[in-house]
Design a protein around this ligand. Structure first.
Ligand SMILES: *Cc1c(COP(=O)(O)O)cnc(C)c1O
Length: 515
């Protein structure tokens, strides 16, 4: 077993480290006696917006703050430490140069209220990014506004709605078809935009069942949302037939391109007949994400749907760049100002570094790595490859630990925990729901063969241990900062404390009822 031990600090909460009067900054005092006709800073804030009592914040010195967060980081795992094979999440290397780009004062000191003439530089960058993403996806026009993949889907679903509303058909076209191998956000976004969701099953090869699709389609069909490659890591072989079926029924085609990492520079949703697509810049274009952090989920559309895009669009009149807000058919605003500009800038820098050939090479290596893992694991005792085991995968592979559970009582969850003990992040598990005991592995292109081999070796070892001594596996993880959690308690509303205030309330004994 690889030697691995995570730091285990006895680190109190930042509130518990608080010492009254400690401060983590030093600024020159405000000079009270200076004669000036200008308003004092505090006086320029309207009375109604001023706090009457100071906020209850922890009080620490600057070194204490730093120690606290460095210790927490040492008890954590991150993509800079090693393989992070969370399927569907594309946890690839985030080049630090991109952080330097966004921290440049030309960008970091921009104010959202500056007028167009004042921010020509950033507008040019955003305009070029729109052009690049249009070329990459084969679409006519891109909006950079949505802040996440699911947000892009929602905006896309609103565009489908606006399209049918304009044709006076929304009252009858209320159904969006979603294959059961789609990402879970697809049906949620369609439902939020006011559609009824019709689920079509996959066939035994993990592809959309064309017969089922035919019978699901009708004059009520507003569109189809397709995750491609699907959550099994499979490319939809019949994608052109799928497109034809939906278009002939009068519906629109939505392409969930969150996992474009598999097809970048190889095929384009626009060429496959799709009308709307979203991308996750925070996956494919190497901007850090996770833990609910910021992202960007731009959407692209074909020419005929362009009037419905969210406002503002970044436009160019041949002379200057400007924010185009006069778009009467637009679904409106979905984000403040220019979108998540730091994420957009990092993606811009990434595309600039990679170029055409670099992006294509990234996709090819991501696919190669996923297939390498599949091939190294397919004969390991306890794991199986559900759906088309002899078909190449794209960016990810889903393996099932169902045989292992049957033989040894060790589940996919236990395998995931045992990986943590070996200094590796676990894959996504129990997703997609169409695979029992699923472990969904996406290695991305950015890790070395040695790192992939370490992961494969660990899965081998866990399988052997499960057959020899399952009780050992059940003890994992032992080497991490926190050992096995009671997952039911951890997720129970009565034990969860999401803030310091909530935590303190939890600690107070509940008044007992008098009888
Ligand atoms: C990640 C993902 C999404 C959702 O993206 P968020 O940015 O998390 O909202 C949607 N579809 C697919 C296929 C994904 O992998």
């Amino acid at each position: 077993m690889t030697e691995f031990r995570q730091a285990r600090w006895k680190e109190p909460l930042v509130f518990e480290r608080s010492t009254p009067g400690a401060i983590a900054y030093s600024l020159p005092a405000v000079e009270k006696e200076v004669k000036t006709s200008l308003p004092k800073p505090i006086e320029s804030i309207p009375q109604s917006l001023r706090r009457q009592t100071p906020p209850k914040l922890p009080e620490l010195s600057e070194p204490e703050v730093l120690q606290h967060f460095v210790r927490l980081s040492q008890m954590n795992y991150c993509v800079d430490l090693g393989l992070y094979p969370l399927g569907s999440c594309t946890m690839k290397y985030n080049p630090p140069i991109n952080e330097r780009v966004v921290q440049h004062p030309y960008f970091s000191l921009l104010h959202p209220r500056q007028g167009d003439s004042n921010i020509q530089g950033i507008l040019q960058i955003l305009y070029e990014l729109q052009q690049w993403l249009a070329e990459i996806t084969g679409m006519e026009q891109i909006s950079l506004q949505p802040a996440a993949g699911a947000h892009g889907e929602f905006a896309g679903a609103l565009i489908i709605r606006a399209y049918h509303t304009e044709r006076d058909e929304f009252s009858t076209r209320r159904e969006i078809i979603v294959p059961d191998s789609a990402h879970g956000t697809n049906p949620a976004s369609a439902a939020m935009a006011g559609f009824d969701v019709i689920v079509v099953p996959s066939n035994k090869d993990g592809q959309v069942d064309l017969n089922a699709l035919q019978s699901a389609v009708s004059e009520k069909t507003a569109g189809l949302m397709l995750t491609n490659p699907n959550t099994l890591g499979l490319f939809e072989q019949e994608i052109e037939s799928i497109a034809t079926i939906i278009h002939e029924a009068g519906g629109l085609l939505y392409y969930d391109g969150a996992n474009l990492n598999a097809t970048l520079g190889l095929v384009r949703p626009g060429d496959m007949g799709f009308d709307i697509v979203h991308l996750n810049l925070h996956k494919t274009f190497a901007t850090p994400h996770g833990g609910g952090g910021p992202g960007a989920g731009p959407i692209g559309v074909k020419e005929s749907l362009s009037p419905f895009l969210p406002i503002p669009l970044v436009s160019y009149d041949g002379n200057k760049y400007y924010l185009d807000e006069k778009r009467p058919k637009s679904i409106g605003r979905v984000h403040g100002f220019l979108g998540n500009v730091p994420v957009l800038l990092k993606s811009y820098a990434y595309i600039l570094q990679m170029g055409r050939t670099g992006l294509k090479a990234a996709a090819e290596h991501a696919v190669l790595n996923a297939n390498y893992i599949m091939n190294c694991l397919k004969d390991v005792r306890g794991y199986s490859i559900p759906f088309a085991p002899d078909t190449w995968r794209m960016h990810e592979v889903v393996i099932s630990a169902k045989p292992l559970l049957h033989d040894t009582g060790i589940s996919a969850r236990d395998v995931a925990k045992a990986l943590l003990d070996r200094g590796l992040h676990a894959p996504t598990f129990y997703f997609p729901a169409i695979v029992e005991e699923a472990l969904m592995i996406e290695p991305t292109e950015t890790f070395s063969k040695e790192e992939l081999d370490r992961f494969i070796e660990a899965l081998h070892e866990i399988s052997e241990q499960a057959y020899d001594n399952p009780a050992m596996v059940l003890q994992s993880p032992q080497n991490t900062a926190i050992t096995r959690l009671d997952e039911v308690r951890a997720a129970h509303p009565r034990t969860m404390a999401l803030s310091w205030r909530m935590h303190q309330k939890r600690l107070k004994p509940k008044p007992t009822k008098q009888t």
